[in-house]
Design a protein around this ligand. Structure first.
Ligand code: HEM
Length: 452
């Protein structure tokens, strides 16, 4: 049995700098394609301090998403684990993963989320009043990051506007800078700065947990008030807390990263793609204005309204296909794994990517074309090929949350504004999340309000 072809490069650094650079200059997909041309569909490399094997395609995705937990475990690069904490869901497997994931899902499942549509509506309107109304020009990506962070703070963590939230945003922004970085902990490396910011975020969260524990015990707050209260109130055997304090802190940090950096990218790129395609935009506007017409002035959107936004969600899915916010991820082989005629040795990482199947012309015809109609008949898309949310037991538990915030935001954007792009450049860089040129500045014009 032979090892996959490829070189491991320099110790620790390996191919990390070259991949990070390609991501920065929008050539990450080409970087991967070049590897495939040179070594074939499976190759070894070294990323972020770990030996890894890069695999891609439908069969590779199937292996990553369906392999049992005794063969493949989730294992992120050292930088992610150190910054988020070793008890975050991405690091857990087996019973531990199930216990913590079930706890998160008990809060993120559709039955619960239905209750939050109105609250999200309130957040989106407040955001537009503060940052969009009365303006002629806005920069979309940073504003969408602010919006999705505020939604997470209010709905998931119950942190009100004010000094604590501002401090958290500031530390959080510094923390995420080094998520994908070489784990060299010297002062002034990106990794070191992220670690320091991570310590500050943990401190703020511990204080918050302490406060919520008191509120729960003394005031009997409803356990479904926010995610932290919900996690604190889950009891296991002998009425012990089922989720430890570290698990709460580390998973709240994970949800902060997973939940805000991703949906903000999706909404931003929808704004860009819609600006470039008047026909698709007209379809979205029509659908959203029909919903708006059925509401009275100031009435909040409901779950029922979201079920009428089917075309808008197809546009969102097509956006996720073209610009998947998550570039890819890592697993770890717990034993030797045979794949594609090679052996992936025990202890090595497996590096999978979303974009390779999304841009495969054999799966999606004319893959570079923005065409939401491909999702008209979704069952015809082969399994494990459209994977913006991953798949299998670890499929993103926040996908419904993301769907709601995206639909509510797009609803208000298209019914209240028209917009033009200030720079007609359809590239983006990855940091590691996609970033459009200059954060996507647009010129906005208010629409005459029809109803709400
Ligand atoms: C457009 C928005 C989003 C995208 C594209 C996205 C994408 C993904 C992907 C690809 C994974 C799987 C990674 C893997 O298998 O290695 C994942 C996992 C995860 N996502 Fe999301 N996500 C989004 C929004 C959210 C939101 C809003 C939340 C929380 C509110 C969230 C929480 C999580 C968590 C906790 C995991 C880890 C699940 C586990 O390991 O069991 N995500 N996400």
């Amino acid at each position: 049995q032979k090892l996959p072809p490829g070189s491991l490069g320099l110790p620790i650094i390996g191919q990390s700098l070259s991949l990070l650079w390609a991501m920065r200059v929008n050539t990450a997909e080409k970087w991967l394609e070049k590897r495939v041309r040179k070594y074939g569909p499976i190759s070894k490399l070294s990323l972020f301090g770990n030996t890894a094997v890069f695999i891609y395609g439908q069969a590779a995705n199937k292996l990553v998403f369906t392999c049992d937990g005794r063969t493949l475990a989730n294992k992120q690069p050292t930088s992610i684990t150190a910054i988020l904490g070793e008890r975050n869901l991405l690091e857990l497997h087996g019973e531990d993963h199930k216990r913590v994931r079930d706890a998160l899902v008990s809060f993120l499942k559709p039955e619960c989320l239905k209750e939050y549509v109105g609250k999200m509506d309130g957040e989106v309107r407040r955001h537009l009043e503060m940052h969009w109304e009365g303006k002629q020009k806005v920069t979309v990506l940073p504003l969408m990051k602010t919006l999705t962070f505020n939604i997470i703070c209010t709905l998931l963590f119950g942190i009100e506007f004010g000094a604590r939230r501002d401090k958290l945003v500031n530390c959080f922004q510094r923390m995420i800078q080094g998520m994908w970085s070489i784990p060299i902990n010297f002062p002034f490396t990106r990794y070191n700065q992220s670690l320091r910011a991570s310590a500050q975020v943990r401190k703020i969260l511990k204080e918050l947990i302490c406060q919520k524990r008191i509120e729960l015990e003394q005031k009997g707050t409803s356990s479904h008030r926010d995610l932290i209260t919900c996690l604190l109130s889950i009891r296991g055997k002998d009425d012990e807390a089922a989720i430890s304090e570290d698990e709460i802190v580390h998973n709240v940090m994970l949800v902060m990263v997973a939940g805000h950096d991703t949906s903000s990218v999706l909404i931003t790129f929808m704004v860009r793609l819609l600006a470039n395609d008047p026909t698709i935009l007209a379809g979205v506007v029509q659908e959203q204005e029909d919903v708006a017409k059925s509401k009275s002035l100031g009435e909040l959107l409901t779950w029922e309204d979201l079920t009428k936004m089917k075309y808008t969600w197809k546009v969102a899915m097509e956006t996720l296909r073209l610009v998947p916010p998550v570039f890819g991820g890592f697993r770890k082989a717990l034993k030797d794994v045979e794949y594609g005629g090679y052996i992936i040795p025990q202890g090595w990482q497996i590096f999978w990517v979303t974009s390779m199947t999304h841009m495969d012309a054999n799966i999606f015809q004319e893959p570079t074309k923005f065409d939401p109609a491909r999702f008209e008949n979704q069952p015809t898309i082969p399994p494990y090929c459209f994977v913006p949310f991953g798949g299998g037991a670890r499929i993103c538990p926040g996908n419904e949350f993301a769907r709601i915030e995206t639909l509510v935001t797009i609803h208000y954007l298209v019914t209240r504004f028209t917009w033009k792009l200030c720079c007609n450049d359809d590239t983006f860089s990855r940091d590691p999340m996609p970033v459009p040129n200059q954060g996507l500045p647009i010129q906005i014009m208010p629409k005459k309000l029809m109803s709400h």
